[in-house]
Design a protein. Structure first.
Length: 271
């Protein structure tokens, strides 16, 4: 889950790699997921509802309605190490794009005075409001009149219709010089968007070169982030975990988590 071969990373990326490990918060999430997957009658009910609603409703909304499928991207300690902050560090504004049920938002949110979130799924919006996060519309967060100290875009780049446009809007919405983007991407990179209960290719999707995790990370830094005006500050390899069901205790995908800052000498943007 955490292994990286530094020699396969590009020269500019290699010194910025942060080695992560299986820690206590991650173990606790896995233990909770294993316990929930053993609740037989609950899992049977979830399976029935998913079968009935699947053709009409997005998987995200089904999970939100059932209160299942929580995600785990990083622990509090891993987040702090990536951003190079101490446990009692406080910023003013955090924006979590595509925040889901807010579980990961909560890990980050303890460090900020104001926490904003976006989400398209109505059941997930309810979960976010229940956690007292300020909800913004997907066409509203860029036009609030203020900027954000940190914007998180976790496993969203491969699930949006125009990722390059999204990255440009994020860059312009960060506090100049000190603002940071924390971005997670599942690798290998396979972009699809969910419409109703069906998956389809986005209109404008990124094509990431490379066969290995290290090659794709290097390609994203040089061919995507750099060209839209971002500079890499740190990157790590983490498992993207999701609560399981009656068949699996949990599900896991391979994540790259980047910390990016706006380049002072940003040039053109990719077409």
């Amino acid at each position: 889950w955490y292994r990286c071969c530094p020699d396969l990373l590009g020269e500019s990326v290699r010194p910025l790699f942060v080695q992560s490990h299986l820690d206590s918060d991650t173990k606790a999430f896995l233990k909770r997921s294993q316990e929930k997957s053993s609740w037989l009658f609950t899992q049977l009910y979830h399976s029935l509802v998913s079968t009935v609603l699947g053709p009409m409703v997005s998987r995200t909304s089904i999970n939100g309605f059932l209160g299942r499928g929580s995600m785990f991207v990083f622990s509090a300690d891993q987040f702090q190490r990536l951003l190079r902050i101490v446990p009692d560090w406080t910023g003013e504004r955090l924006l979590d794009l595509g925040a889901g049920d807010g579980g990961v938002t909560e890990v980050m949110g303890v460090h900020f005075q104001q926490v904003y979130a976006t989400e398209v799924s109505p059941p997930m919006k309810w979960h976010l409001q229940r956690r007292n996060f300020t909800l913004l519309g997907i066409d509203e967060w860029q036009h609030t009149g203020f900027q954000y100290d940190v914007i998180s875009c976790l496993n969203l780049l491969d699930r949006c219709d125009d990722p390059l446009h999204l990255l440009r809007e994020i860059r312009s919405s960060l506090v100049p010089k000190t603002g940071r983007l924390i971005l997670a991407a599942v690798l290998p990179f396979e972009p699809y968007i969910e419409v109703g209960g069906k998956w389809q290719r986005p209109n404008n999707h990124l094509k990431i070169a490379g066969k290995t995790w290290e090659e794709q990370v290097t390609n994203m830094c040089s061919e995507v982030f750099q060209r839209v005006g971002f500079e890499l500050e740190a990157v790590t390899r983490l498992p993207y975990l999701c609560e399981g069901d009656m068949y699996n205790d949990y599900y896991v995908l391979d994540d790259a988590v980047f910390v990016l800052k706006a380049s002072e000498d940003a040039g053109g943007s990719p077409q």
